[in-house]
Structure formats: C-alpha cells, structure tokens
Design a binder for this molecule. Structure first.
Ligand code: NAD
Length: 366
C-alpha cells in the first residue's frame, strides 16, 4: 500500500472508531406499546443503536424483538425468571442489570407508576434514564418535550417524556406562547378509553368524566413550560383510536395574530398536520387514522398532532381549536430527541427533530 493509501486507510479506521464511540447505546426496559415503537425509532437513527430490550416473561412480544434482531433480556435479575425464556424458544441474554451494564441510556417504557423501583437500578448502574408520562414529574426530576425545553434537558441524568396529551398540548401551545409572551388556556381532553391492543380497560358503553378537577393533563404542560397558565378537564369515551382536545386559549391584548397567521405559525412548526375537514372529508378521528394507514405509517401511527383547519377560530383575543392526538405514537420521536438532549449530542431542538423525523420517514418508506 502506498503511504498515501495507508494514511487514508488509517483515517478511515479512525473515523469508523469515532462513529462507534458516538453511537449511543440505548436499552429499552419494557417492550410494550410504547417500548416497541421507541425501539424502532431509535434503530432508524444513525447516531444511536438498540443494545437490548426487556420482557417480563416469554410472550408474543418476544417474537417481534427476535424478528427485529434486538437482543432480549429479562426485566428482572432473578435467575429463575431469566431461565424461563429458554424452554419457550427464546435466547435471553441476562437480566436488567446485565443490560444496564452495557447501556449509555435506558428508556423506561414500563407501565405507569413502576418507575420509582426501576430508577434505583438505573442510578446504581450509572446509566441515564428516560421515563414516560405515566410517571410523576417529581420522581423523574425533569420533564421533556422537544419544542418546550430541550435545552434545559441537555446533559441531565434523567428525564420524563410527558404523556401523549401533554405532548400534544405542548406542540401547539408552546409556539403560541412564544409569540404572545403570555398565555392562559382552558381545555377539555376527550380521551380514548383504551389502546387498540388493550382488552382490559374501559368504558365500553359509557362516558366517564374524570372527577378530579382540574385534571392533571393541562397542568402537566407546566412541567415543561411553567409560563403557560393552563387548566383542563377530562372525559373518557368508548373509542380506542385517538384522543381529541377542545381548546380555548386567551391571548394577551396586542397579540397581532389572525386565524390565518395562527395556522401559518403551526404549519411552520414541526410535527403538526393541518387539514381542512370540509375539503378532505377527514372530519373524525376514524378518518385521521385511515389517513395515517394510507400514507404507509408503521402500525398506522401518526406522530404529528392533527389540527382541523376549519375548527380553528380566533375571535378577538380568544382562540378556539380542536386537535387529535394519536396516543400511541406522538411521544415516540420525542424520546429520540430526549436521548440526544441527555447525552448532550445535539443542543438545537429543531435540528434534532429534523434528524429524528427524516430517519423515521425513511423507515416508513415515505
Ligand atoms: P404497556 O402495558 O403496553 O407496556 C408496558 C411493558 O412493560 C409491558 O411489556 C410489560 O410487560 C412491561 N413491564 C411490566 N412491569 C415492568 C417493570 N417492572 N419494568 C419494566 N417493564 C415492565 O404500556 P404502554 O402503553 O407502553 O405504557 C408505557 C408507559 O408509556 C406508561 O408510563 C404510559 O403511561 C406511557 N404512555 C402510554 C401511552 C399509550 O397510549 N399507550 C402514550 C403515552 C405514554
């Protein structure tokens, strides 16, 4: 090899090893509705990789992990529980502690309220951690949405990606707040009763108001943007497809906005889709979900918040609008951005969002 060729070869190796160093090693603890989606979104990125996912016991979710090539670990460290995978035909690489030992960051996608026990293991292993919206802000210590507080989360030890409802509120309210400088909001969350794959929850033939008023959803926005003065009420209805928000925002005098300029503001922000219900015939959450399937989204997901153009009206200082939230997926790309924030690898939220979404679009084949 000529000395020029040798130098180029060594430079190539150096670049490769730099790339390896820069690849963030991500563990998923809890491979359910959210966990399996976060795993694929992470896997699609070129700056991070899935090094393992956990299951509590051998079940049909293990097949998916095996098909995707994600190493399977047991949620527990108990030798008997780990050994139970083998007879069911799955290779289990160890318990949670074995997985944490090789991870840079763990995305905890366990069912709500079990996070506190898991956090102990993460802290002990010295691994950064991301919880989901079923956990309390106080337990995680920080909360996150890409548009509200990416910078504040840079290099933090851990955070909580807020719930699907709070993420949805944050997407449309944060740009409004940033334009207006102050914002008061009242909203009603019309919530899906259960996820499509969930056979245990309800109601199936009733409307169930959340009798704790105000509900936690609106005030939870203040964990990522404390300046937004917001309250909410919530009601669960017998549907599995999406949540729908009915929002009234009180803008300060002199806001200088019109209905059209509010729509333009949202159009210029990422992860918001605006469509005219009358023109497109997408007038309910059923058609919104059909649209997501038509455009080839994996699992029929819609990471974006869907706003009906003809349901937006600014009347003086009062803004009225509806938005639909795909509960299983709007938080997915936010988890990817949160990983970059905690690892300190991308300080600009819009750059992270663009990178995340481009990689996800590619895996969706769009
Ligand atoms: P899920 O029940 O579908 O999945 C949870 C997974 O965690 C299951 O595979 C379960 O076996 C596993 N698990 C059980 N105990 C565990 C433990 N101690 N440690 C680790 N894993 C454990 O739940 P989900 O809907 O994916 O919800 C996960 C989190 O995401 C919750 O905090 C939830 O509030 C939040 N979230 C859910 C949705 C949604 O629509 N499903 C939307 C946004 C946020």
């Amino acid at each position: 090899m000529s000395s020029d060729g040798e130098e180029a070869f060594i430079d190539g190796l150096r670049e490769q090893s730099m790339e390896k160093v820069m690849t963030i090693k991500v563990a998923i603890n809890g491979y359910g509705t959210i966990g399996k989606r976060v795993a694929d979104a992470v896997d699609a990125q070129d700056d991070m990789e899935i090094i393992g996912v956990t299951k509590t016991r051998p079940s049909f979710g293990c097949d998916l992990a095996v098909r995707k090539g994600y190493p399977l670990y047991c949620t527990y460290n108990d030798a008997e529980k780990i050994a139970a995978f083998e007879p069911a035909g799955y290779t289990c690489h160890g318990g949670l502690n074995d997985l944490l030992a090789i991870a840079d960051v763990v995305v905890d996608c366990s069912p709500g309220k079990v996070g506190a026990a898991n956090k102990e293991a993460y802290v002990k292993a010295g691994v950064k951690y991301i919880f989901q919206g079923g956990e309390k802000h106080a337990m995680a210590g920080m909360s996150y949405t890409s548009s509200a507080n990416h910078t504040e989360n840079m290099n933090a030890a851990g955070t909580r990606v807020v719930s699907c409802n709070t993420t949805g509120l944050s997407r449309t309210l944060v740009p409004l707040y940033e334009h207006c400088g102050s914002l008061k909001v009242e909203c009603t969350m019309i919530r899906r009763a259960a996820d499509p794959g969930d056979s245990k929850k309800g109601p199936i033939n009733a409307i169930k108001p959340v009798l704790k008023v105000p509900s936690h959803h609106g005030p939870d926005v203040m964990t990522v943007k404390p300046e937004i003065d917001i309250n909410s009420m919530a009601v669960a209805v017998p549907t599995t497809l999406m949540h729908c928000h009915s929002i009234v925002a009180f803008l300060p005098q002199g806001h200088g906005l019109t209905t059209e300029s509010v729509l333009e503001m949202w159009r210029s922000n990422p992860r918001i889709i605006i469509m005219n219900g009358g023109e497109t015939n997408i007038t309910t959450t059923a058609e919104v979900m059909e649209y997501a399937r038509d455009i080839g989204r994996k699992w029929g997901d819609l990471h974006e918040i869907f706003v009906w153009e003809d349901g937006v009206k600014l009347d003086g200082d009062t803004l009225y609008y509806f938005q639909a939230i795909h509960q299983e997926s709007d938080v997915i790309p936010e988890n990817v951005d949160a990983i970059r924030a905690l690892m300190g690898t991308e300080a600009d939220w819009k750059t992270s969002v663009a990178k995340t979404d481009a990689a996800i679009s590619a895996y969706n084949g769009l």
